[in-house]
Design a protein around this ligand. Structure first.
Ligand code: ZN
Length: 704
């Protein structure tokens, strides 16, 4: 998912938007759809030109229909795609001969429009055409770009917008008052352009820009040039120290802010999650800090969305937390957050009740944008990627408010206009295109020894079922490899690798801090990092004993204790799975140190289970045996030691272990991962303090 073009985002309005057209690249493209894709991607590349998911582009051309006849076709962006990353298959081809006569009508409902356009598609496999399709169809130009540029919306969201536009564009523009996109707005735009022979652009109040051209390049060039006319006009008027009424609070230092964030993000996650968990991200970019620390942020942030397109991802208002960062009082910040979220949910529910129409279903009531002075912005979403989308859109809102308040007063859609966009079936349709949620969607799983055989298999299985995963391992290269594999398969933002030595208290704390800062908290932990040694009892050195105790005992204790703290802070319950061993319940010869600590682990799990019950924290243990595949332990001296113990060659071990099971099977990492996922899942939500053997049946280790 592409969220932004660093340069313009960081430097805000100081930069003009850049013309990114590359003649050499463009000349290599096939004329037609490829050019439209190229132009669309360029427009989406700079988020100051068009926000994530917003805007749309089109091209009118001649194509052969299925019978080989020449027909006039309009290619227009399909619903649910993003200009920055869209490809040819994200466009819809419509037969213009069927679409054009619609302009003769007086009115047309959204439902009629969607149904009608579906009949005009030249290929039923194309996506549903954009909500704003008719706007493109009714303009008699070959190429049309509709964008949501910060500078243009700054004018369109200023109370004196039309007057400003006259100063900037003279008589070259058409102004259309705010109404929800659809048939009527499209017709208004077409008529406005027809009535003004000088028209080069359309400004849509509280919404955006429409520009056109005879060629793809002309349309793009004009879009950029027209935005820059507004950019330079605004730029000349901005006085940085006066922006948003000037500074009220200082920004905290990066380190201080991160320390506070790592403590409050689990609290925020608990507060916003309610019936469904959320993922969190935070943002401390310069423009965000300038806004949250300003005198006007509290009032300005509550006026409303800066563009209709933001609403489903940001909601109408963010939650602004009134907290003085100079005090650094974390306890008071936590209280304010809890209270703030509770009030937000109540007010959101009341807003829904005031505006709902038959059939409307309330969406999640928690804020998507939380502003904290001194600290920055925290965003929420059902995935980390969606939380980041909400953040990216709020950057646009800040930029628009900065421009609009420099030029006049910022105005937004009113409450009912906002509701009609937020609960518009056509807007909700875009959200419905997202993949369905799986067992571990919205969950964060933390796996120790995540680079190893059982660990990596577990991470893969969690990710496959929707989880965000933290792969903690001493072997950071191995952990990064697993993270990369998962992110490539399921989209970035799904896996995080952290280097962690389970025996070091500080390292474990640091890993959870990183987890909270990256995802917001933790729901599932798997205590899996391990080692094994083998010696006759009287030859077991103190060093060997301590090694087992440190990694398998102290390590499991530290990893579980820090998780317990974070889970309690969140108040969302949690699941811990300990990887024990057959030796947790079986007195193995020549493995005293290992077996004793493995028994201790199982009891540690039961003790935590007893204490965790009242917080909804479940703790269970999986007892594997002889999982040789992919395990670091079995590549070590342990294999030789065990083989010697049984009086066989090291390469005969697999067969030896298979034969000694009741089911005559070998055990693989995947088998253990399945048991871990079962214990972590909602299917086991009434099970805690339990042990599950996954060993093919070893009678000596049957639990009793
Ligand atoms: Zn739009």
């Amino acid at each position: 998912m592409y969220l932004g073009y660093e340069k313009t985002v960081c430097e805000g309005r100081i930069m003009m938007v850049q013309n990114l057209w590359n003649n050499e690249k463009a000349s290599q493209l096939n004329k037609g759809l490829d050019e439209l894709v190229y132009r669309s991607n360029l427009i989406g590349t700079d988020r100051a030109v068009c926000n994530w998911g917003g805007g749309n582009t089109s091209m009118k051309t001649i194509e052969k229909d299925f019978r080989g006849r020449d027909i006039e076709v309009m290619w227009v962006k399909g619903s649910g795609s993003d200009l920055a990353t869209m490809k040819a298959h994200n466009f819809t081809g419509l037969k213009l001969e069927d679409v054009k006569p619609l302009i003769e009508r007086e009115e047309m409902s959204d439902e009629e429009m969607v149904a009608y356009l579906s009949h005009c598609m030249i290929d039923s496999n194309h996506p549903r055409a954009s909500i704003e399709t008719l706007l493109h169809a009714f303009l008699p130009y070959k190429h049309v770009d509709h964008t949501h540029p910060d500078a243009i919306i700054s004018i369109c969201c200023a109370d004196n917008g039309k007057q400003l536009a006259e100063e900037i564009y003279g008589n070259r523009f058409v102004w259309v008052p705010y109404i929800r996109p659809g048939f009527t707005l499209s017709k208004m735009i077409a008529e406005g352009v027809q009535n003004n022979p000088n028209a080069e652009l359309v400004l849509m109040e509280k919404h955006g820009l429409v520009v056109w051209g005879d060629t793809a390049q002309e349309s793009y060039d004009k879009t950029i040039a027209i935005i820059n006319e507004a950019e330079s006009y605004i730029h000349n008027k901005i006085e940085e120290e006066k922006v948003f009424g000037g500074e009220k609070y200082p920004a905290l230092k990066e380190e201080e802010a991160e320390e506070i964030l790592s403590q409050v993000m689990p609290v925020i996650r608990g507060a916003v999650s309610g019936e469904k968990q959320m993922l969190l991200t935070y943002d401390r970019e310069e423009d965000v800090l300038q806004f949250v620390n300003s005198k006007d942020a509290k009032n300005l942030s509550q006026i409303g969305a800066a563009c209709p397109d933001h609403l489903v991802h940001t909601k109408r208002q963010p939650l602004y937390i009134e907290w003085d960062p100079v005090t650094k009082n974390i306890a008071s910040l936590k209280e304010k957050i809890k209270l703030g979220v509770e009030n937000f949910k109540k007010e959101y529910t009341a807003y829904f009740e005031r505006n709902k129409e038959a059939g409307d279903q309330i969406s999640e009531t928690a804020p998507r944008v939380i502003l904290i002075p001194g600290i920055g912005m925290v965003n929420t979403g059902k995935t980390l990627a969606m939380a980041k989308v909400s953040g990216a859109l709020y950057h646009r809102a800040i930029s628009v408010m900065k421009g609009a308040t420099t030029l006049g007063n910022f105005v937004s859609l009113n409450e009912n206009e906002s509701f009609k966009i937020e609960y518009w079936p056509l807007e909700l349709y875009k959200l419905s295109l997202a993949p369905t949620e799986a067992e571990f969607s919205r969950k964060i799983a933390f796996v120790t020894g995540g680079a190893g055989g059982i660990g990596s298999e577990t991470c893969r299985l969690f990710a496959e079922q929707g989880a965000h995963v933290v792969i903690a391992d001493l072997n950071i290269e191995g952990a990064e490899k697993v993270a990369l594999e998962i992110n490539e398969k399921y989209g970035s933002n799904r896996a995080l690798a952290v280097k962690m030595d389970v025996t070091k208290e500080e390292a474990v704390k640091e890993a959870y801090k990183k987890t909270a800062l990256t995802f917001g908290g933790v729901d599932i932990i798997v205590n899996n990092a391990g080692l094994a040694t083998s010696s006759p009892f009287d030859e077991t050195s103190l060093q060997e004993w301590n090694l087992n105790l440190n990694v398998l005992g102290t390590g499991y204790f530290l990893v579980a204790r820090e998780a317990f703290k974070q889970m309690k802070e969140q108040g969302l319950g949690g699941s811990m799975v300990f990887i024990g061993s057959k030796n947790s319940v079986y007195a193995g010869k020549n493995v005293t140190a290992y077996s004793s600590v493995k028994a201790m682990e199982a009891h540690l799990a039961r003790c935590i289970a007893a204490e965790g019950g009242e917080f909804g924290i479940r703790v269970n243990t999986v007892l594997p045996d002889a999982v040789l595949q992919g395990s670091a332990i079995w590549g070590s001296k342990w294999r030789e030691e065990r083989a010697a113990n049984y009086g066989i060659e090291p390469d005969q071990l697999e067969e030896h272990y298979r034969k000694r099971t009741t089911l005559l099977v070998n055990i693989f990492p995947k088998d253990i991962a399945e048991a871990i996922c079962y214990f972590s899942s909602s299917k086991a939500e009434k099970t805690t303090g339990c042990m599950l053997t996954v060993d093919g049946g070893v009678p000596a280790a049957f639990t009793r």
